[in-house]
Design a protein around this ligand. Structure first.
Ligand SMILES: Nc1ncnc2c1ncn2[C@@H]1O[C@H](COP(=O)(O)OP(=O)(O)OP(=O)(O)O)[C@@H](O)[C@H]1O
Length: 320
């Protein structure tokens, strides 16, 4: 039967996130005392699917991982139609260190995420092609991601790629970006992808220049969104390439609360963006503005998925 509802398909990784909180991040060879330790569910694809689902959009995950993670998806309202468990293979794992300013560094071990293959994606063809948006990141095998993007491209499904963690495989990147509608990069990824080490992320003109360079290099991409942490985002659209829009969360989005942990803010932003694009069909810039408001909430709380805002927590104008 044809699927009538609008939903997001998310293909990528799910991890166990292990957080160590400390006053400052240690340098190589140094041992320091931490202030706290927490374990929670994470992984970019899983985070993005959960954030979209918490805002009431149906998301479908495609991944391989353990029973606890599967239960977490069910509790959070993410459909697990194409999720498999691989016996005897450890789940993916992310070791995250967070300093007292809320900044972090992260090491990821793929585990079962590395087993997500092209065949898994081929088996989900109908699900991908009937989705409104396909969300991909680069935490799983790049060939798998390319396959998913190319399957989506053969249909009306729009594609969003978050080039994170950034890859050095430029040929694969070119191929993937040939199937992408909306490209999302952070400051570090912008510098790497635009091959422009002059990009100064403190200067919005310079960010615009880098984003324009990405649109020039990758002609199928219609929009580039550069996320800039607390400074919000820059959006550049191919049809008005000489202009950029700087979009930020509204002043009271954090309700005066301090920033304690920025981990997973990018995934909250992307999951929320996909939600607004799918359910409200608002123009991209307006969807981005609301996604910034959603992501601003998560940085005031600890953890990744545990910090994400639910629909009822949003201000009325963002409850779409
Ligand atoms: N300190 C902050 N205050 C308010 N909003 C924030 C803050 N940090 C991040 N955000 C929101 O989250 C979005 C994504 O953040 P960022 O640019 O840090 O992504 P990222 O580098 O991909 O993050 P991560 O990899 O840690 O998930 C920003 O565009 C902004 O809307």
């Amino acid at each position: 039967m044809e699927r009538q509802e609008r939903y997001i398909c998310v293909i990528g990784a799910s991890n166990w996130d292990m957080f160590t909180y400390c006053d400052r991040i240690p340098v190589i060879g140094e041992t320091i005392k931490g202030t706290d330790f927490k374990v929670s569910f994470g992984g970019k694809a899983a985070n993005q699917a959960v954030q979209a689902s918490l805002l009431n959009t149906k998301s479908l995950g495609d991944d391989v991982f353990g029973n606890n993670t599967l239960n977490n998806f069910k509790i959070r309202g993410v459909s697990v139609e194409h999720v498999n468990i691989v016996p005897g293979v450890p789940s993916g794992c992310a070791s995250i260190t967070v300093d007292k300013e809320g900044s972090n560094n992260i090491i990821i071990v793929g585990g079962s995420n590395d087993l997500l293959g092209e065949q898994d994606v081929i088996e989900a063809t109908k699900t991908i092609q009937n989705a409104s948006y396909l969300l991909c990141q680069l935490e799983v095998n790049l060939k798998t991601t390319l396959k998913a993007l190319s399957i989506a491209k053969e249909s009306k499904c729009k594609t969003i790629l978050n080039v994170s963690p950034v890859t050095n495989d430029t040929e694969m990147l070119m191929n993937m970006l040939g199937c992408v509608d909306i490209l999302i990069v952070n400051e570090v990824e912008l510098i790497k992808l635009s091959n422009d080490h002059q990009v100064d992320v403190e200067n919005l003109e310079s960010v615009h220049h880098g984003a324009r360079e990405l649109l020039r290099l990758h002609i199928m991409v219609s929009d580039v969104i550069v996320t800039l942490g607390a400074k919000g985002c820059v959006l550049v659209n191919r049809l008005s390439i000489d202009k950029y829009q700087h979009i930020k969360h509204r002043d009271n989005a954090t309700m005066g609360k301090p920033v304690v942990d920025t981990t997973g803010a990018g995934d909250s932003f992307i999951g929320a963006l996909a939600h607004y694009l799918t359910t409200s069909m608002l123009p991209l810039a307006e969807s981005i503005e609301r996604a910034c408001n959603v992501a601003a909430i998560c940085v005031t709380r600890y953890g990744t998925q545990t910090s994400y805002a639910t629909f009822l927590e949003l201000s009325p104008e963002d409850q779409i």
